[in-house]
Design a protein around this ligand. Structure first.
Ligand code: SF4
Length: 215
């Protein structure tokens, strides 16, 4: 079944009053850390960790890179899996240090080069890499998550259920526009949480006329 992604995007955009760009964070660095900490937990827990880091006046890559692991563990404990996440965070910061902790220096490289580099870092999978690329480095790299697969497989998107196939499909069928990339992922998350849950609330869903599950 062919799906008009932009029709869905526009319907969702009317439905949810999201901030432009969607991902929360005062700085690019905060967004980068949040993208890693959100692995296997919900955003409320991530927010507590980010607030702890800010309250300790450590929301800065140089400072965070040199603080002892034990201190960082305490700060990010609310995000869960904190021991392993500290190691992942330090791995990411070590990579960032090669660019002298400069977003401008990183941004000189192409999306594909950066994606390969990020995927080589232990602890950074495809979803985290794409979140960092899109929301922290403004690279056109669409983020796929379990919500995306759930909504679009239910709607009737008939492609292989893999990260790469979904990513390819979205990147081929939506405009190459940063705001659309950023908002679309956010809208998918919002809609999955409100309607297209594990047990979907189809009666009240504004996508139901387009959705295979209701045909
Ligand atoms: S109609 Fe139901 S299954 Fe389809 S997108 Fe809406 S909530 Fe999900």
């Amino acid at each position: 079944m062919s799906i008009d992604l932009m029709e869905i995007y526009n319907k969702l955009l009317k439905l949810y009053d999201i901030p432009e760009g969607w991902w929360p964070g005062d700085t690019k660095f905060e967004i980068m850390i949040g993208a890693l900490l959100t692995q296997n937990t919900n955003w409320n827990n991530v927010k507590k960790s980010l607030d702890n880091i800010k309250s300790a006046n450590l929301m800065n890559p140089e400072k965070l890179y040199i603080i002892p692991d034990e201190r960082l563990e305490i700060l990010i404990r609310p995000s869960g899996f904190y021991k392993v996440k500290v190691q992942y965070l330090k791995n990411l910061l070590k990579w960032f240090k090669e660019y002298k902790f400069s977003f401008e220096k990183v941004n000189v490289k192409s999306k594909n080069e950066l994606r390969s580099e990020l995927l080589e870092i232990k602890g950074i999978g495809k979803e985290t890499a794409d979140s960092i690329l899109l929301y922290a480095f403004d690279k056109l790299s669409f983020v796929i998550d379990a919500y995306t697969k759930r909504i679009f497989s239910r709607i009737g998107l008939n492609i292989k259920n893999t990260y790469d196939e979904y990513k390819k499909y979205f990147e081929k069928n939506i405009p190459q526009d940063l705001i659309i990339y950023k908002n679309f992922h956010g809208l998918i998350v919002e809609h999955s949480k409100k309607f297209c849950k594990k047990k979907p609330i189809c009666e009240d869903c504004k996508l139901k006329k387009l959705c295979n599950r209701n045909l």
